[in-house]
Design a protein around this ligand. Structure first.
Ligand SMILES: Cc1cc2nc3c(=O)[nH]c(=O)nc-3n(C[C@H](O)[C@H](O)[C@H](O)COP(=O)(O)O)c2cc1C
Length: 186
């Protein structure tokens, strides 16, 4: 893995130290590239407003939104760490993704062009069978496709109570090499 990679890990659980965070940290252990970790609950965003077609301009972001935008643009690899909530990503992750739609319209940001060629990854844990995570996989994969990003895939694990994931030996084994996949430069 080249050392000009910059990984952004976005923790999207509604609790700290949960299974998804633990699995993400396990998978990140061998990553030698620069790592930045942000917990979405530490950077709350206001309700997303869709101003694309009503004549209002999207303003240059400030505060938490700016921090998330800057971190997103700086990264070469974006890792969405989201538990499965109601078959989908967590509300904090969904809100962050909704903001991508606004950032596409912020003058001077050139969001779509700057996202192209980055890699999007997912890490997710759920308590039921893996089929319930299909919407998570689809949401992230299609979002990557929409922005011309590489798709790294989703590392999936099983658990309910914190640390249950430590009993999921196949997820822990997959975590050892999950981020080792290389992509051709787009
Ligand atoms: C709001 C909420 C919704 C959930 N929905 C699902 C679900 O649809 N399918 C499932 O298998 N587990 C579901 N779970 C269980 C969590 O995915 C599981 O407990 C997971 O470990 C939570 O992530 P965390 O430990 O990283 O915080 C849900 C849990 C919560 C709190």
């Amino acid at each position: 893995m080249t050392d000009d990679r910059k990984f952004l890990f976005l923790l999207g659980s509604a609790r700290t130290g949960g299974n998804t965070e633990t699995l993400t940290r396990e998978a990140a252990r061998p990553v030698e590239a620069t790592q930045r970790w942000l917990r979405l609950t530490d950077l709350p965003l206001p309700r997303f407003q869709d101003a694309r077609h009503d004549g209002r301009r999207y303003l240059t972001p400030s505060g938490n939104e700016q921090e998330l935008l800057d971190a997103t643009l700086e990264a070469t690899d974006i890792v969405i760490s989201s538990p499965v909530y109601w078959y989908s990503v967590s509300a904090d992750v969904k809100l962050y993704l909704d903001y991508w739609s606004g950032w596409l319209y912020v003058p001077g940001v050139d969001f779509k062009a700057r996202m192209r060629g980055k890699t999007l990854w997912g890490v997710s844990v759920l308590s039921e069978g893996p089929e319930q995570a299909e919407p998570v996989v689809g949401t992230l994969r299609r979002s990557a496709e929409y922005l011309g990003m590489n798709w790294g895939g989703v590392l999936l694990g099983n658990g309910s109570r914190p640390d249950d994931i430590l009993k999921d030996s196949s997820a822990l084994t997959a975590a050892e090499t999950f981020f080792a996949k290389e992509f051709a430069t787009v």
